[in-house]
Write a new protein. Sequence first.
Length: 319
Amino acid sequence: MTALEKYIIRLDESSYDCEDVHIINSEFQQVCKQLYEEGKEEIAAIADIDRQVFSVQKSFKKKPDNEKGIINGLSWQMSGTQTLEGGSQVPLYWPDVTKYTRQEFEYFEKRYNECKNLYAKTEYGLMVYFGEKTDTSKHHNFKRQLCNELFQLSKEYHSKAEKGGKKNHYELHFFQSLRMAFGVAEKSNLKPELTILINYTYRTHQDWDITQDDSLRILLDLSGLLSDYFSSSNSLIDFQKVVDKNLEGAKELEKTYVWGAMYAIDRNIAIEQKRNKPVTDLLNYKAKLYEKLATDAESKANLACVSFAENALRIYQQI
């Protein structure tokens, strides 16, 4: 059994998730080093491809641009320039996803099918999904399975987020995985899965504890996710309750972070405009927040008070 085979078993049996990506990267590097020392260069190259999977950036916002090291949904983690022998410079990307061939994507598919660690499995799955180079990547059943796995991963992160702690970043990981599941469901026309995701997101938004420290960003992110999929969400949920909950969050944020309250109001304005509802009260609240910022800045002899006051006046003139 090679060092790579042994490590894959270890990874499968681990509880690693996205918080452990640096550990995974380091351990794969050690595997590569051992394989090179043993003269197993080809297997070492495969291990390095495995390592890259956990560094490739994955997002529905990434559009193909080979010159910038981006293919559909996949891009590099680090970029720079390389000086050639003649002195000219060319862009350098790592991982360089534009150089992946069908062979690499078929390997990602193999790893996806065999992988038992949920986080690692979804990482390989997203490589297959965005790469669109294998036969499986086009299958509806694969997309449905990946969507459900991303959803399950997001729920696991949510459970970990509830444990709290100053260095607990699982709220953000929860949202990112949930958003990815939404993207797969919507792009793949998985209507039953999208309905489940919308209802889950709505319930989570409504149940969110607005008094929890540093958690209100996710409240706004969840409402933004529902708003992004407004055409699908509007018939399934009560957006008035979403707006009301955000307003509660804004009032809580206003106590310590006025700009955060402003973001909450802006989120509500965007939602209400989609609903063709009046936004006068929300604009009035936003103007008062600017007045509050102006008063605070003036008390500190901060010249920004003038700009804040002008913004408040400009909003009042719109009403």
